[in-house]
Structures are given as C-alpha cells and as structure tokens.
Design a protein around this ligand. Structure first.
Ligand SMILES: Cc1ncc(COP(=O)(O)O)c(C=O)c1O
Length: 392
C-alpha cells in the first residue's frame, strides 16, 4: 500500500509502521487499501479475544447509550460487578480501577509506600533487571533500563534491581528501607524472559520474613495470555498486590490494581483517585472478557501455546538464526542471533503482524480465538521470514 504520510500534528514518539488500519474482525485487520493482515500482535497484548468481539461490542454499545460517566464519587453497577468478578477469580482482595498499566502500577507503588511508611518509614521497592513497569516518572523509576530512563532524571530513588530469577541477589537487596518487591511473572518487554516457579515461591518467603508486599505486574501476562486467567495461578504463588491492564477490556483503556483487603484499606478516602477509572463502559467490556475466558478457552490457550512452541522450536535445525524459543501460553519469544526488525517487516508485507522486543526477540502475542487454519497461515509466513535471514 501507499505508506501514509507521517502526521505533523502528532508527537513523533513511535517508530510507526507504514500502515493505516481501518477495520478489524476476529484475528484479522484490514488496511485502507483493503489488504488483510493476520494479527499475531493484538495491539501489544491487548485484543486477546480478537477484533470487534461481538459480545464486547454489544455490551459497550448498549452501555454507551445508557450511561457513560459519573465519576468515582458515585456507584455504578458495572464497576461493582467487575470488582466482584475479578476478586472471585483471583485472590481475596479489593479493586481500584484506573485507565492504563502504568496507573495500575502507580497505585501498587503508592500502596507499597503507604505500607512502608506505616511500618518503620520504609520506601524501597526491589525490582528486576530488564523489567518494564510503565512510562510515568514513578513506573519509569521502577523500570531499570537505561534506554527508557535517560533524559528524565532525576528519577525517584529507591528501586534497587536484582537479576531476574536470582533469589539470592534479591535477598541481598533487602534492607531496613525495603517495603515491597515488584515483579512480572514473565518479563514481556524485556524479551519474554521466563524463570522458575521456585523463584516466586522464594520471593513470597522473603516478603513474609521481612513484612514486604509481594506485587505482581501482570499487565502483559494477565487476562488469559499465559494460559490461566493470571500467571500467578499457574506459578502457584499468590501476590499481595496485582496490577492488571492491557487485555482486560479487549481494547478499551482500563487498569486495575487488586490488593489484599488489609493492604487496600491502608488507603483512605482522598488518598488516591482517578476521574475516569472504572467507568461503566469499560467495566461492561471487561465483564464480557472475563465471561469469555472460561475453562475451555484457557485450555485452548495452553494448547495453542504448546503448539507454537513445539512448531517453532522444530525450525531451529533449518534456521540457525534462531537461538532460543520460549514462552508461556500465547506469549512467545523467538530469540535471534541478530536484530529482528527485518522479520517484522517481512511478515507485515506478507500479511502477518508480529513484534520485536529487546532488539533480538521476535515476540508473538496472537489472539486466543485462532483457528487451526489461522495458526498454520501465520506460522507459514513467519517461517518464510525467518528462513529468509542470511546465514551469519
Ligand atoms: C509488564 C508491563 N507493565 C506495565 C506496562 C505499562 O502499561 P501501559 O502502557 O498501559 O501504561 C506494560 C506495557 O507494555 C507492561 O508490559
């Protein structure tokens, strides 16, 4: 297609790909020229149920005609229902709603600080190398990656980082000022990095021993992506605080922070707020998402995840550029021996959307509703792209 002209009216912040999308349905998107793309990207791990999901579309349209916004100074039924459903499906907790992942983590960090202030004036939150927790100043401070942090200093202090998966190193960082540990069950932006369940069990012990909050950032791994509603349920370690966003309303902006009731109650009326958070339209969408993620759908995600891993791993002998294939559910990373941008471009030009993160990791975030034929269609394009890489 003819590449759209960059707009002089937009911040030049994103390395946008030259496509203007006009429509989506299920696993497919269409550009302005009518070209169809199979979407293994899902708007960055968001539209897990596919585009224009009928139940989500119907509920949001109906709610938009009924009541869109009243603020959090009043109750609405969809918000109360969503909080109840999230708690029922996760762990004994209470919910705070916001509009994005960074805001969900911001609330988690405020809970950590409040917990620390009330227990001896502590404020440090242990994080992990290659983590990604957001772009606000606080969440950026908690994201120990120079490429995101540079040019914004001074950032907030008090976020010591340990290597991901290194329990002993995390333990060494615990000091008199530590109040919490913030961790992703699988590091998404960091390169689909996976570690053992034992690591998280160890963090749980550490938190118990030192009265720290264990805070899981499931903004990317949550809402079905890794084959259970939340990854902590597969890992078998319950957090004190859980950050959720991305897929929760299948494309409408939402953030949610769940916290054990004693932790949630550390914040009193007026201590934290959001004008738009938990509005009735997004909450209706999220309720439909939770309904759709039933046991059969989660089984299907796990099966699809296994299929992606075994199929792509089987290409390693023919495609030496593939170093490691890893993933959990439908969060899959293919680590290459070189930058992956040419694979992303080849795939897009051939009708498949994939992503590259941490420079050399081709990341697949396909929708949960893929048919077997669509899996085969997408993997055939991906294989062709990878096969086209010259021997190094
Ligand atoms: C693990 C994790 N935390 C936080 C965020 C930030 O979310 P948002 O872009 O909605 O603020 C992201 C986004 O990629 C993420 O993957």
């Amino acid at each position: 297609m003819t590449a759209p002209e960059p707009s002089p009216y937009l911040f030049n912040l994103f390395r946008r790909q030259p496509v203007l999308f006009v429509k989506g349905e299920g696993a497919y998107l269409w550009d302005a020229d009518g070209k169809r793309y199979l979407d293994f990207f899902c708007g960055l791990a968001v539209t897990g149920l596919g585009h224009a999901h009928p139940a989500v579309a119907a509920a949001t349209a109906e709610q938009a005609r009924t009541l869109v916004h009243v603020s959090n100074l009043f109750y609405t039924q969809p918000q109360m229902d969503l909080a109840k459903e999230l708690v029922r499906r996760t762990f004994p907790s209470k919910a705070f709603f916001s509009n994005s992942g960074a805001e969900a983590n911001e609330c988690a960090l405020k809970l950590a600080r409040r917990h620390g202030h009330l227990t001896g004036g502590r404020h440090e939150v242990i994080v992990f190398d290659q983590a990604f927790h957001g772009r606000t100043i606080a969440t950026l401070s908690a994201t120990p990656q120079k490429k995101y942090q540079q040019g914004y200093g001074p950032l907030l202090e008090g976020f010591p980082a340990a290597p991901f998966g290194d329990l002993a190193a995390a333990g060494k960082l615990v000091g008199p000022k530590t109040c919490a540990i913030l961790v992703e069950p699988v590091q998404g932006e960091g390169g689909v990095n996976i570690t053992s369940a034992g690591f998280f069990a160890g963090l749980r012990e550490l938190c118990k021993k030192h009265n720290l909050l264990l805070m899981f950032d499931e903004i990317q791994t949550g809402v079905g992506r890794t084959g259970s509603l939340f990854a902590f349920q597969r890992i078998g370690v319950e957090p004190d605080v859980l950050s959720i966003a991305k897929g929760l309303a299948n494309g409408l902006p939402i953030g949610a922070t769940l916290a054990r009731p004693e932790v949630a109650d550390l914040l009193k009326p007026g201590d934290h707020a959001s004008t738009f958070g938990g509005g009735p339209v997004v909450c209706r969408a999220a309720l439909e998402v939770l309904k759709a993620l039933d046991a059969a759908q989660l089984d299907r995600i796990r099966d699809l995840g296994k299929e992606f891993l075994s199929e792509i791993s089987s290409w390693k002998s023919e495609i030496p550029a593939i170093k490691i294939v890893r993933g959990l559910g439908l969060l899959v990373g293919i680590e290459l021996d070189r930058p992956g941008v040419s694979v992303v471009d080849f795939c897009r030009e051939n009708g498949l959307l994939v992503n590259c993160t941490a420079e050399k990791v081709v990341r697949l975030l396909p929708p949960f509703i893929l048919t077997d034929a669509q899996v085969a269609e997408g993997l055939a394009i991906l294989k062709k792209a990878l096969k086209g890489l010259s021997p190094s």
